[in-house]
Design a binder for this molecule. Structure first.
Ligand SMILES: NC(=O)C1=CN([C@@H]2O[C@H](COP(=O)(O)OP(=O)(O)OC[C@H]3O[C@@H](n4cnc5c(N)ncnc54)[C@H](OP(=O)(O)O)[C@@H]3O)[C@@H](O)[C@H]2O)[C@@H](O)CC1
Ligand SMILES: Nc1ncnc2c1ncn2[C@@H]1O[C@H](COP(=O)(O)OP(=O)(O)O)[C@@H](O)[C@H]1O
Ligand SMILES: [K+]
Length: 533
């Protein structure tokens, strides 16, 4: 279970470790002993009966953790084989290595030696951790390739070796190409998840992620630059079954709440026979709690939208929006789903100067990418929701950096790309995928992991998400919060529905998700304290 929700870069983690050591909270040796003990403990939890284990130790402190694991498993009756490098390690790892050498021998860390030993048993990957700076090569690369091929039960110390913990990229491999890398059954990381555990290939290669407490909590206040926050899947915590329902969607407005105090969302739709996407957005905005939702196609497409839901209002909007926007109660706009690129461009020219809270999706993003003046008119109440293809059209240089084969660590990450894009355009950027990253222009960022719901990748799911975020903006949530909560509710709706989901099901699942959200104490508890199941 993930209890911590801040995601720290490796540099931030090192700063915290250094502060702990400098202030005398813990020595490096103590931290290493705790790290090794956490890994050995997780191994014994999974394999309670002692068996054979091969511990692969690298040249740095990750290897030092490995020597601790070897010692503790030996003490617990396991049959331990250790392979290690000759390089002189740092003082803490050297001390742990010596302690192991008092117990058993260290064989060379080569593929021939590994293959020459008895087959089977658990393997512990303690070759490289946060100190990985360049692609593994030579014997280590051969060993990693071998582990990827034979797929033994594998426990990774801090991360599977070769994975860049800042980006989730495999150094030296084309992005996304992780088929031959070792896949851990479980990864035991320390203190906090790192971006590479939750984005890119990380979730695929890490297996189950366990974050072990190594006693660094007291120095959390060490100066670090804006850690990102992870929004994992949520469940009702078993130890807090009946928290009062105070989530922001259930809060009544003061004194005399009425539909206008829950906002009025405008969903701009496209021409004839293209209305399905916008209707999905509108339905999602209604279900998530916007007080009123108006669907606005051009007059010629208005007849397409008769029928359910009756709660949805319709009005024609042709080429200009100024008259419509004169109604200041329209406080959240969705533009893009099924809109048509030319229509989206024309409407954005009116819409953006009005500085209303606005979700820009699909065709609106393509229109933006074709018109620099529109991009320049973006503002901090805008939420852009690109998938990677749309992102590449909007920010080609950032997408190119993100797609390049990483040759050194820390590699450029999806988190970096979303942050850079948000800073550049001055709006919230939500970069979609199983690892959705949401960034604000000021550097705040959220990662939402939905690797467990691949069936969410279905036509129209993005339109429903745009509608949910628009509905939350109508409810006056700030853009980053609306984007984050919308993403969370969207994935949870898919999770509750299960495989077989089509986009039309997403709005219908919202009430069930909202009922579960009632159990959480406040919006901030939703943001920062959700356990990963
Ligand atoms: N700090 C702490 O308090 C705690 C840290 N802990 C543990 O320490 C880990 C971080 O340790 P670390 O910084 O020593 O880095 P690590 O990942 O062992 O590798 C560095 C070594 O590998 C080398 N190297 C790198 N890439 C290479 C390549 N491609 N091919 C070959 N060599 C390569 C690099 O050499 P260099 O780049 O200097 O030439 C250096 O020698 C962390 O993940 C956690 O497990 C825990 O004990 C908790 C307390
Ligand atoms: N493999 C995946 N696992 C979980 N969610 C995914 C995956 N791929 C995409 N998604 C999510 O599915 C939705 C798809 O949106 P989008 O690409 O805009 O589709 P569409 O344009 O068909 O509506 C996004 O919310 C995205 O984050
Ligand atoms: K490792």
């Amino acid at each position: 279970m993930l209890e911590s929700t801040e995601v720290l870069t490796t540099a931030q983690m090192r700063a915290i470790e250094s502060a702990a050591m400098a202030t005398g909270q813990a020595t490096g040796l103590q931290l290493m002993e705790r790290a090794g003990r956490a890994v050995a403990g997780q191994i014994r939890l999974r394999w309670p009966k002692p068996r054979r284990v091969t511990v692969l130790c690298g040249p740095g402190n990750n290897g030092g953790d490995g020597y601790v694991v070897a010692r503790l498993l030996h003490r617990a009756g396991w049959q331990v084989r250790v392979l290690g490098t000759d390089n002189p390690p740092g003082p803490d790892a050297a001390q742990m290595k010596r302690q192991w050498q008092g117990i058993g021998r260290i064989e060379p860390l080569t593929l021939a030696v590994l293959q020459g030993g008895a087959e089977g048993g658990v393997h512990v990957d303690a070759i490289f951790g946060t100190g990985l700076t360049r692609p593994p090569e030579g014997e280590v690369a051969a060993i990693l390739h071998h582990l990827g091929r034979i797929k033994p039960p594998l426990v990774a110390v801090d991360c599977p070796s070769g994975l860049c913990m800042d980006s989730g990229a495999l150094l030296g491999h084309p992005r996304g190409g992780g088929d031959l890398a070792p896949h851990a059954n479980v990864t035991v990381a320390f203190h906090r998840p790192k971006p590479g555990h939750v984005i890119g290939l990380g979730p695929l290669l890490c297996g189950e992620l366990v974050i072990a407490d190594i006693g660094l909590h007291d120095v959390d206040s060490a100066p670090t630059a804006r850690p990102a926050v992870i929004w994992p899947p949520f469940d009702i915590p078993r130890d807090q079954p009946d928290r009062p329902p105070t989530n922001p969607l259930l809060k009544q407005s003061p004194l005399h709440p009425h539909k206008y105090s829950h906002g009025h969302a405008l969903i701009l739709a496209g021409g004839p026979a293209r209305g399905g996407a916008a209707r999905l957005s509108a339905r999602a905005a209604l279900r998530i709690g916007a007080g009123l939702v108006t669907l606005a196609p051009p007059a010629e497409a208005l007849p397409d939208h008769i029928g359910q839901p009756d709660a949805l209002m319709r009005r024609a909007v042709d080429h200009e929006l100024q008259e419509t926007l004169a109604d200041t109660r329209l406080n959240a706009i969705c533009i893009g789903p099924g809109c048509g690129i030319d229509r989206a461009g024309a409407l954005l020219a009116d819409l953006l100067p009005a500085r209303r809270a606005t979700v820009l999706d699909a065709d609106a993003l393509t229109a933006l990418s074709r018109d620099a003046a529109l991009t320049a008119a973006l503002h901090d109440a805008c939420v852009l929701t690109p998938h990677m293809g749309e992102f590449a059209r909007l920010f080609p240089d950032l997408a190119e950096r993100l797609a390049a084969t990483p040759s050194e660590g820390p590699a450029y990450s999806k988190l970096d790309a979303a942050r850079d894009a948000a800073a550049r355009c001055g709006a919230v950027v939500l970069l979609k995928g199983p690892d959705t990253v949401i960034a604000a222009p000021d550097g705040r960022a959220r990662i939402h992991s939905a690797f467990d719901v691949p069936w969410l990748a279905t036509a129209g799911a993005g339109d429903a998400l745009a509608g949910m975020i628009t509905g939350l903006l109508a409810r006056s949530l700030p853009p980053l919060e609306a984007a984050s909560l919308g993403t969370l509710i969207h994935a949870q709706a898919a999770r509750l529905f299960g495989p077989g989901l089509i986009a039309d099901d997403l709005p219908e699942m919202i009430p069930q998700v909202l009922r579960a959200l009632q159990k959480f104490q406040s919006s901030s508890s939703v943001a920062t304290a959700l356990p990963m199941t």
